[in-house]
Design a protein around this ligand. Structure first.
Ligand code: MN
Length: 492
């Protein structure tokens, strides 16, 4: 980056920010600049370049000025003669507490596996206490990834792995699709340079080949929407992230012809009615591929993602994916939880998104550090595995990790249902209790009221920690653990 003028930051801020915002930002800007005076980064640039970049990224997320200010100041206590108390005295308790939290997050003294677990634990705790701190940490780590080339190789690899294993999954869980994609791509580049280069090349070829037909489709769609008097906010193309393509190709044994969404077209409109109107218009001009219409508006993905997807043949016979969404859904899918914090100074917490974080904080508080460490691997598996939605016959939605079985579902609903389940029907047909459920399945659980206890063979195939610990508890007739009872609540 060449310039760190305050005006570069000002220019990123829209009319939602007022004079008070600008004055706190200018003050933080001056303070950080002076505090880091004379320090250099591994890239040879002044240290303040890093602080400023973090501030810009937070401004791009449209976060409140206090968060941007804390971002500008985030390395002051760690790297300068000023302390967190100095920050608090100058900037007040809100900014002070964010800077203190980010400083705490930075101290990790372990190596290897221990380091990894400790890092993860700290991220959970910070996230649960104040999710804004995680946004700052993300912006901080993103700029470090952008400048990772300047570090020695062993450090590059360690940081890249940490980003892939900790930062990207948390970004995903927070619904921050853009951050997740960028984190994964930066990490991929350093961890698997060969595969990265090869995938990137594939992507570039695809974009070159499809560029002209995309431009044509964009004009065509825009004209048709106009003709039907359906207004749109934006139509743009989006290219799949490298790592996400790599994973998908892996799944399809490198058969490119099975991956339809390498380049996709996004239509952003003002409300949900228009989303369906656009879908109808698209299907009027292009032939849709059977089985490729997905209504994530009526049935959102577990991380909250909403859009309509359809894959069509365009006039030239090329396959093209469309994603149709409202502006709010678009922001939600790019920025997730961060979207709820837009412009909100201090703001109230969004219930739906932080419920599971608060549970985590409680679990963390009530367990000693050692217990937490011991349970973490299982917790983490439940947290980060991709989630599926399964329906009960009444239409309730149960959120489960991928590959969960009817037994996992039963325990997610209620321990007594788990202990007494005798049979399962998936989409109306009797299925074995170890069958892996898929998103959208309707699963009916048949209860045997006389059943005394679960079958110990279930332990061989259940996928969730929750079900496993409940089965063990029932078999041992023992008091079930605190952790599992809390974790059960997180799921619903
Ligand atoms: Mn930093």
């Amino acid at each position: 980056m060449d310039s760190t003028n305050f005006s570069d930051l000002e220019r990123r801020l829209d009319s939602h920010y007022g004079p008070d915002d600008f004055s706190v930002l200018k003050k933080a800007y001056d303070f950080a600049k002076i505090a880091h005076e004379g320090q250099l980064r591994a890239t040879g640039e002044p240290y303040f370049v890093h602080c400023f970049s973090v501030g810009l990224k937070l401004a791009d997320l449209k976060l409140p000025s206090n968060v941007i200010a804390a971002g500008l100041l985030h390395d002051v206590p760690e790297d300068t003669t000023f302390t967190t108390e100095d920050i608090e005295k100058e900037f007040g308790p809100d900014i002070g507490s964010m800077v203190a939290a980010i400083t705490k997050l930075g101290h990790v003294k372990y190596r290897g596996e221990q380091r990894y677990i400790e890092n993860l634990r700290k991220m959970f705790v910070a996230m649960a206490e104040d999710v804004r701190v995680v946004f700052i940490k993300f912006a901080d780590r993103m700029h470090n990834m952008e400048t990772l080339y300047a570090l020695p190789e062993h450090k590059r690899l360690r940081i890249a792995k940490e980003v892939l294993e900790i930062y990207a999954p948390i970004a995903n869980r927070l619904g921050m699709g853009e951050y997740r994609g960028l984190f994964e791509d930066y990490a991929f580049k350093y961890i698997e340079p060969k595969e990265y280069g090869w995938t990137k090349h594939l992507l570039e070829e695809r974009v070159k080949k499809f560029g002209p037909s995309l431009d044509r489709a964009m004009k065509h769609v825009s004209n048709e929407l106009h003709r039907h008097s359906v207004g749109y906010v934006d139509i743009h193309g989006r290219v799949k992230h490298c790592y996400s393509l790599y994973r998908k190709l892996d799944k399809y044994k490198n058969d490119m012809s099975k991956v339809y969404d390498i380049v996709a077209m996004r239509v952003v409109v003002k409300d949900i009615t228009d989303c369906y109107a656009v879908l109808g218009i698209l299907h009027g001009i292009y032939t849709p591929l059977p089985g490729r219409i997905k209504d994530y508006i009526a049935q959102p993905k577990p991380n909250g993602y909403q859009s309509l997807h359809t894959t069509v043949f365009d006039e030239s016979g090329s396959i093209l994916e469309f994603q149709i969404r409202t502006q709010a859904m678009h922001e939600e899918s790019e920025y997730g939880v961060a979207a709820h914090w837009r412009y909100k100074q201090g703001g109230t917490r969004e219930e739906r998104n932080v419920a599971w974080m608060e549970e985590l904080a409680r679990i963390q508080k009530e367990l000693s550090a050692n217990d937490f460490m011991a349970h973490l691997n299982e917790l983490k598996l439940d947290m980060f595995r991709d989630r599926i939605f399964v329906f009960t016959p009444k239409g309730d939605v149960i959120d489960l990790p991928e590959d969960s079985t009817p037994i996992d579902m039963a325990y997610a609903i209620h321990t007594e249902i788990g202990n007494k389940v005798a049979q399962a029907k998936i989409n109306g047909e009797i299925a074995s209790l170890d069958r892996a459920l898929k998103s959208g399945d309707m699963c009916e659980l048949i209860i045997d009221k006389n059943r005394k206890s679960p079958n110990k063979d279930w332990l061989k195939f259940v996928k969730t920690r929750h079900a496993r610990s409940k089965i063990r508890a029932a078999l041992h007739g023992a008091q079930h653990g605190l952790l599992s009872s809390l974790w059960g609540k997180v799921k619903r």
